[in-house]
Structure formats: C-alpha cells, structure tokens
Design a protein around this ligand. Structure first.
Ligand code: ATP
Length: 246
C-alpha cells in the first residue's frame, strides 16, 4: 500500500481550546476514506489542519512523502491537496466563476482542459454555467462544490460533510458524483455523520474527542457491537443487519 497522506500525533485547536489530541491517520493512494464522528468530535478541525487553515501545535503531516506540516494552504494546494468546505461554493458568483476560482492555482491551459472535463462529468452545470450558484438546488450546489474542488486537479480531496443540509434524494445524487470521482482514481477523505457514505468507503475512521478511535473496513465497523450501536443505532447481530448501511 502506498500511503498518500499520513499524520502522526497531530495536535491543534483554537486559542486556549485544544481540539485535536494526537491524531494518527494513514490514507492509501486511490482509497476512499470516510471519517465518521459525532458533532464536535473534531472532524472539521482535522480537515482545516490538514489543509493548513489552522496551524498544527504538534505532530507531523506527510503528503506524498513530504513533510507539509508548516506549509501554507497555497503550497499544499500546489502539492495536490483539495478542500471542499461545508459551504462549498460562493452563492453570488456564477457556476463558471466558481469553477475558475477552484482552478486559481493551476495554469490557464490546465484550467481550460479541466473545465471541459468537469462539464462532461456534471452536465447539469453546463446548462447553468452563467447562473448564480445561489440559484442552484442544494444537490446541484454540492455538485458544483465537488467540481470546484476538482478544478484544481487535486490528488487528495478533503470533503467536509458533503451531505449537510441535503434531502436523501440529493444525498444520492452527490454519492453518485463521488462514485465517479472514485472510479477515476481520485483519493478522497470524507468527513461525515451520514453512514450512507460508508457505501463508498474502502476505509473508515471514527473520531471521538479529538482522537481517532477506530480504523478499519466498513464491514469491520458493522461487526463491532459497540460501534454498530453508536453509529447505526442497532443492537442486532451482524447477520440481521445485512445490507444495513442503506
Ligand atoms: P460538526 O460535525 O458539528 O462540524 P466536528 O466533528 O467537525 O463537528 P469541529 O467543528 O472540528 O467538530 O469542532 C470541534 C470542537 O472545536 C468543538 O468543541 C467546537 O466547539 C470547537 N471549535 C470549532 N471551531 C472553533 C473556533 N473557531 N473557535 C473555538 N472553538 C471552536
């Protein structure tokens, strides 16, 4: 397994508040990794710290073999990291302007090629390219968020709760778009509370109190009584919850 991103004893927080208490994470190249955890567990904080939006207080972040712990967000983007926040897009800008922003750190030729590829991948965005992002449906807005993040051609895309505020139907649309990204070989780290996303995952990490509590396959989380109760609200045997991720 080639490890694309690895953190060792990562610690971070806000002012007097420490949130990350030593996060050890390993993400294999081309894997889809789901980071599950309750409100306040530190998922957003971890993604911000990986992206350089929040400084690490201790520990190391290695990406493609390089220590990026002290690099600026811009340098991390250039190294191949992409980030989709919960808000994902700028509502007052058009679809195309959002895509152009996502491509800010790649050259003009790559940006143009990439835009064409993304319009092919998300045809609905082509129809709406001149419209303000704020006028899109919730699902389309997330799709634009994904496209905007992909416009910078990242190797690893960090996504903060892509399902937030979406109806189940729209969650299905976003999942289908992510399945396409996954098939193209992109590595994904998706912070979520919605266990539907385990459908996509090769690996799941759970986060509690600023630490990784569990790491394994989606099947392994189902096989553990405590974890199943915590994340699926089920106390039944694995046999009786077959297909229970749906
Ligand atoms: P959620 O799903 O609710 O976003 P999360 O797992 O992403 O949860 P974080 O947003 O990382 O959790 O928050 C972790 C802790 O850090 C919480 O206790 C939160 O109150 C605190 N926190 C988050 N942002 C700030 C901030 N800007 N200043 C101070 N404390 C913060």
């Amino acid at each position: 397994m080639t490890c694309l991103l690895e953190t060792t004893d990562l610690r971070s927080g806000y002012g007097a508040i420490q949130v990350l208490w030593g996060v050890d994470l390993a993400i294999a190249a081309h894997a889809t990794v789901v980071l599950l955890g309750p409100n306040g567990a530190g998922k957003t904080t971890l993604l911000k710290c990986l992206m350089g939006l929040l400084p690490a207080r201790a520990g190391v972040i290695r990406f493609r073999g390089q220590d990026i712990t002290r690099l600026t967000p811009r340098a991390r983007i250039r190294a191949g990291l992409g980030y989709m926040s919960e808000l994902a897009v700028f509502p007052d800008l058009t679809v195309e302007e959002n895509l152009d922003l996502g491509a800010l750190f790649v050259d003009r030729h790559t940006a143009r090629r990439r835009r064409g590829e993304l319009y092919t991948l998300f045809p609905v965005l082509t129809e709406k390219r001149r419209q303000a992002a704020g006028g899109l449906s919730g699902g389309q807005r997330k799709m634009l968020g994904v496209a905007k993040a992909l416009a910078g051609e990242p190797r690893l895309l960090l996504m903060d709760e892509p399902s937030a505020g979406l109806s189940p139907l729209m969650v299905a649309t976003v999942l289908a778009s992510l399945a396409q990204c996954r098939a193209s070989g992109l590595t994904l780290l998706i912070a979520e509370q919605n266990v539907k996303f385990l459908e996509l995952g090769d690996t799941v990490f759970t986060m509690e109190g600023g630490r990784i509590a569990f790491g394994g396959t989606p099947a392994a989380i189902q096989a553990d009584d405590g974890l199943r109760r915590a994340y699926f609200g089920l106390g039944m045997s694995p046999r009786s919850t077959e297909g229970g991720l749906a």
